[in-house]
Design a binder for this molecule. Structure first.
Ligand code: ADE
Length: 228
């Protein structure tokens, strides 16, 4: 069974997203086990402090190394084959390919920080640093739940049909998905494209690939316009 461990100051953050939809079913069917570990339980001083001010001055607080590293050690003790991922805006960008790569591990441990970030020395104790994108979240938790969701749905047997995961957007080297339509045939004057009603499967497939390519090149143009 794939394991996920989450190192966090806010274990309750994960209750509701893991109790819905696909993650809920995957956990209930024993395909994945998710455990949270409270970083504060590993605080070493009498006030259970997990943060402190930065050397050299400046605003905000940093996660202290002692409790964080102790919680990483606990995670590795519980699952010696775990892959430890730190969530940080300065990590490398999370992608569908990375999600697929994580499903091939025995399990993952997601380290979530709060405040302005981590003491830099903590990086020496993790296997990888991942960012969800070029924006700053108030903590690693929302990033961890997105990453975990993307991984869980790719685990073998989690989705009913193996085709659903394979045919997704991005599975094919960043090619976006094509447009989808369901009933009614006309909604507020907007018609479903004729080709989808034609019953001609070769034509439908060709149209879908064309649309996916159009969307992908449009997205690439937008991204290069915005210097991304
Ligand atoms: N923590 C704060 N912002 C983040 C981001 N964009 N990705 C991952 N972790 C984060």
């Amino acid at each position: 069974m794939f394991h996920a461990q989450i190192l966090t100051l806010f274990p309750e953050f994960f209750d509701s997203p893991l109790a819905c939809s696909i993650p809920k079913r995957a956990i209930a069917s024993g395909l994945v086990q998710v455990d949270t570990i409270q970083i504060r339980d590993f605080a070493t001083d009498k006030h259970s402090r997990v943060d402190d001010t930065p050397y050299g001055g400046g605003p905000g607080m940093l996660m202290k190394p002692e409790p964080v590293v102790a919680s990483i050690r606990e995670a590795r003790l519980r699952h010696p084959d775990t892959h430890v991922v730190m969530l940080t805006p300065s990590g490398s960008r999370f992608t569908q390919a990375k999600a697929l790569e994580f499903t091939e591990k025995a399990g993952i441990t997601l380290l979530c920080g709060r405040y302005e970030g981590f003491d830099e020395r903590i990086c020496d104790y993790v296997d990888e640093e991942i960012s969800l994108g070029d924006y700053v979240l108030s903590g690693g938790e929302p990033a961890a739940i997105c990453l975990l969701d993307a991984v869980i749905r790719l685990l073998p047997e989690v989705l009913g049909s193996p085709e659903s995961a394979v045919l997704d957007s991005f599975s094919e080297e960043g090619i976006l998905d094509w447009p989808h339509y369901t009933r009614p045939e006309v909604f507020e004057g907007k018609q479903v494209p004729d080709v989808l009603l034609s019953g001609n499967h070769a034509k439908i497939e060709a149209w879908r690939y064309e649309q996916a390519n159009l969307r992908s090149s449009k997205r690439r143009d937008e991204e290069s316009e915005h210097g991304q």
